[in-house]
Design a protein around this ligand. Structure first.
Ligand SMILES: *Cc1c(COP(=O)(O)O)cnc(C)c1O
Length: 479
């Protein structure tokens, strides 16, 4: 094959000829024939569309080497369609769009082992017979919450759904209008309720709901009282809500359960965590909630999961529902969740669980890291970019403590002389070899070291410099 320009679509190389080229063949070894063949078809079809006639084109067309380059790009687009690692420089610790909680090393090792080998998933080694998939997890949770039973499913939405379905289908559930919420990723309480077959009985108003509102709504058809922790917003000002203790008392006097959707999985108070009044699972249980549900991958810091802890008879009814089998955890998630809970049981969660480590990072440590990053960047970017350190705030995110600011030190990046437009800089940063997600505000880019692991700092610094250079050279290239 010659490398002269293609003027005629008949001259576009055949799929086979392209597969044999020295600059294409290695792609087959790396990514497999199917992906590369599909990429070639995509490129060839695009070229035919661009030059539909069969006469010579007005310009010299691309040469076969260009075709091969397009094929390489198409292969790379296809193979990058899977999850990519990013650096989270936003300072939002539990970032729902970026995968919520990064897992501890121990949890990752446990997942890998469960995935790679056979295991005692449902096998009792002592008896040599079938065992329970969830027995270890239940033992851990009852060690953390003595006297309570538990169960785990795929996410907290599933846990709430299973509870409503198993405990309230065809009957009424009383919920305050102040808690008719939508929580990240379109978890809408009223929709969930409708789907479960339970009937929503709204009481009170958006800002004020009294215990007497619940009392008046209670009737023979009431299955349970539901309280949803407003995890991603606060109602402030002229407000009133019935306390968990009051609701628990009312529920008990009528012989029905109180279920609390706690959300964050903040299990017990952690000294120095500055989580404000974010209520813990332990607190709701001690205030008399009969069942508390929460996520595994928010403040708990484990894998995506939903956990329900509470009265054994309620947990048992949920477990007997066929829906429980539908929503059960897979073995790798189970391994990661058990490993994360083990850190709590051993009292090493502050050091081992990344979400907690990031939340607990000291101001001095964050300032020191921000200054070191800014110093490296100031040197690399000069004179087109400026880097300095400014006081700021991180967020816990993921629907927890919505008003709470965690004091931090931010690296501020501004364009200098002949510098890039901030929007282009930010866009190229998202396309860096290791993509970086940063905040844009006041015509500057902001990087929060709290959510950047120290091992990611080199990639962060190189990415920022790379993106600045691209943004200057090709401001619209990433639009
Ligand atoms: C986050 C949250 C949910 C949804 O949990 P997922 O684990 O994302 O399914 C439900 N309720 C509350 C109160 C939450 O904070």
């Amino acid at each position: 094959m010659t490398d002269s320009p293609i003027r005629n679509y008949r001259q576009i190389p055949s799929v086979d000829a392209l597969l044999r080229r020295d600059d294409v063949a290695p792609l087959v070894a790396a990514h497999g024939r199917t992906v590369v063949t599909e990429a070639i078809r995509e490129v060839v079809e695009a070229m035919r569309r661009d030059r539909p006639g069969d006469g010579p084109g007005p310009d010299d067309g691309p040469g076969p080497a260009d075709v091969a380059r397009r094929v390489r790009e198409a292969v790379s687009r296809r193979t990058q369609a899977t999850l990519r690692v990013v650096i989270n420089a936003t300072g939002v610790v539990v970032h729902t769009n970026l995968g919520r909680a990064p897992l501890s090393r121990a949890a990752r090792v446990a997942m890998d082992r469960a995935a790679a080998r056979y295991s005692t998933l449902e096998y009792d080694l002592a008896e040599g017979e079938r065992g329970s998939r969830s027995a270890r997890l239940e033992r851990q949770l009852s060690a953390l919450f003595p006297g309570h039973a538990s169960l785990a499913v795929n996410n907290n939405a599933s846990a709430v759904y299973l509870a409503l379905r198993a405990l309230a289908a065809g009957r009424e559930v009383i919920l305050s209008r102040g808690e008719m919420v939508e929580i990240g990723g379109s978890f809408r309480v009223p929709d969930m309720m409708a789907e479960s077959g339970a009937r929503l009985r709204e009481v009170g108003t958006t800002n004020r709901t009294r215990l007497s509102d619940y009392e008046k709504a209670l009737g023979p058809d009431t299955a349970l009282l539901l309280k949803v922790h407003p995890s991603n917003y606060r109602i402030v000002g002229f407000t009133m809500e019935a306390t968990t203790g009051d609701l628990a008392g009312l529920a008990r006097s009528r012989g029905i359960p109180l279920i609390v959707d706690q959300g964050s999985g903040y299990l017990k108070p952690i000294a120095g965590a500055r989580l404000g009044d974010e209520p813990t699972v332990e607190q709701f249980l001690s205030q008399g909630a009969d069942l508390v549900t929460f996520s595994g991958d928010k403040l708990l810091g484990g894998p995506q999961a939903g956990i329900a802890v509470g009265r054994p008879d309620l947990i048992e009814r949920m477990r007997r529902s066929p829906l429980y089998r539908v929503l059960r955890l897979d073995k790798t998630t189970l391994a990661a969740l058990e490993s994360t809970l083990q850190a709590y049981l051993m009292g090493v969660e502050r050091d081992d669980v990344p979400v907690l480590r990031m939340i607990l990072a000291s101001r001095e440590d964050l300032t020191r890291r921000a200054e070191a990053i800014a110093a490296r960047l100031a040197e690399l970017l000069d004179p087109q970019g400026l880097a300095d350190v400014v006081e700021g705030a991180s967020r816990t995110g993921g629907g927890s403590a919505p008003e709470l600011d965690l004091p931090t030190s931010l690296v501020r990046l501004r364009p200098g002389a002949a510098g890039p437009a901030v929007a282009a800089w930010e866009a190229w940063l998202r396309h860096a070899p290791v993509p970086v997600v940063a905040r844009v505000r006041e015509d500057a880019l902001w990087l929060d070291p709290r959510t950047v692991d120290p091992s990611e700092e080199d990639d962060l610094v190189q990415g920022v410099a790379w993106a600045m250079e691209r943004a200057i050279r090709d401001p619209n290239g990433c639009a």
